[in-house]
Write a protein that binds this ligand. Structure first.
Ligand code: NAP
Ligand code: GDP
Length: 309
């Protein structure tokens, strides 16, 4: 059986791939790697991982990842750690003759000043938003690195670009997490302690959200399908955009939270919106795909959070 090696196997998306991997039982041998197994900041540990597992396929998800406020306050780490991890993994995927690799970008690395909706061709057409420029430039180099290997050596290295992801196993840290897990944790505390539910920023920015297990299914689809595209946006449609205030109200409703929702505008809003089109994905999908609704996905995520924290 051929091996699919999943870096970032202990994270939000890695766990979602693990959950859906039961659908592929008997077809692939999945290996899920965390930083405790192999610290991919170091080339020697990355080499020993590839030597040990000799993967036919790699889903590269590992990264130093977090929400807006982690990005604003930790630019050196966001740049250096992601550069090192991505360089090591991509180089080894070539040196160890991996048949196909899927590497993960993000819709937050597109230019700040663009025309909407954003599509795959626009990645390098301007500077990213200042709040996450360090992370964005490190991630953009994944695309450059994979393209170079494709052009010089014919390597089958494909990038996928997910929009904001959420689901079970997310990072629910109040300071460093992405907006949905941070607010799920905050509303839980507000309900428990009879306090106000405080949202950072104005609540007006717009985001597209994808449930982690939907994303995992799409990643496996791209891995198995013979796609000619080198970068594919994995997102709900451009019409399925919600304001931060709307998602806060969905969270509050699930908890039956009835006190005040407040907006602390001393915090940055980050990028106002980064609306992407999923047209390319829709063109290559040869099956019906139903995205989990935000309400259903938030409900599942809150149930998981309550059971695990
Ligand atoms: P996550 O939950 O923060 O998980 C990060 C994963 O990377 C963990 O498994 C972590 O292992 C691993 N990792 C970190 N440093 C490592 C190191 N030095 N060596 C080996 N492994 C290391 O991240 P995620 O949200 O699943 O993100 C997965 C991918 O999707 C990333 O490429 C990210 O850029 C991209 N993405 C995420 C979002 C989002 O909203 N979350 C949106 C768009 C794109 P440990 O558990 O051992 O630390
Ligand atoms: P982004 O989508 O890459 O900007 O990252 P996030 O997932 O961190 O979302 C940031 C947006 O959510 C900004 O508009 C923030 O003002 C808003 N937001 C509101 N409350 C929070 C919070 O507690 N944590 C985070 N990370 N963002 C919040």
């Amino acid at each position: 059986m051929e091996t699919i090696l999943v870096t970032g196997g202990s994270g939000l998306v890695g766990n979602a791939v693990k959950t859906i991997s039961i659908d592929y039982t008997g077809k692939y041998n999945f290996v899920f790697i965390s930083s405790k197994d192999h610290n991919l900041l170091h080339m020697n540990e990355t080499i020993s991982m590839f030597e040990k597992y000799k993967p036919s396929f790699v889903i590269h998800l590992a990264g130093h990842v977090g929400g807006l406020y982690l990005n604003i306050n930790n630019k050196v780490d966001m740049l250096e750690k992601n550069l090192l991890i991505n360089f090591n993994v991509i180089k080894c995927a070539h040196d160890f003759k991996v048949k196909k690799m899927i590497a993960c970008l993000s819709t937050c690395i597109f230019p700040d000043k663009v025309t909407y909706p954003i599509d795959e061709t626009m990645l390098h057409e301007g500077a990213p938003h200042f709040s996450n420029d360090a992370y964005a430039y490190a991630k953009r180099l994944i695309e450059v690195h994979c393209k170079a290997y494709r052009e010089n050596y014919g390597d089958n290295f494909i990038c996928v670009t997910p929009t904001n992801i959420y689901g079970p196993h997310d990072n629910f840290n109040l300071e460093n997490g992405h907006v949905l897990p941070a607010l799920i944790h905050k509303c839980y505390l507000a309900k428990q302690n009879n306090e106000d539910f405080v949202i950072r920023g104005s609540g007006r920015p717009l985001r597209q959200f994808i449930f982690s297990e939907d994303l995992a299914k799409l990643i496996m689809f791209v891995l198995e399908k013979n796609v000619k595209d080198s970068n594919i946006i994995l997102s709900v449609s451009e019409n399925q955009e919600n304001s931060i205030e709307e998602v806060s109200r969905i969270i509050a409703q699930k908890y039956n939270y009835e006190h005040m929702i407040e907006f602390d505008t001393s915090y940055s809003d980050g990028q106002y919106k980064k609306t992407v089109t999923n047209q390319k994905l829709m063109e290559i999908l040869d099956c019906d795909f139903t995205f989990t609704t935000l309400k259903e996905g938030i409900s599942k995520t809150i149930d998981w959070f309550i059971n695990h924290h």
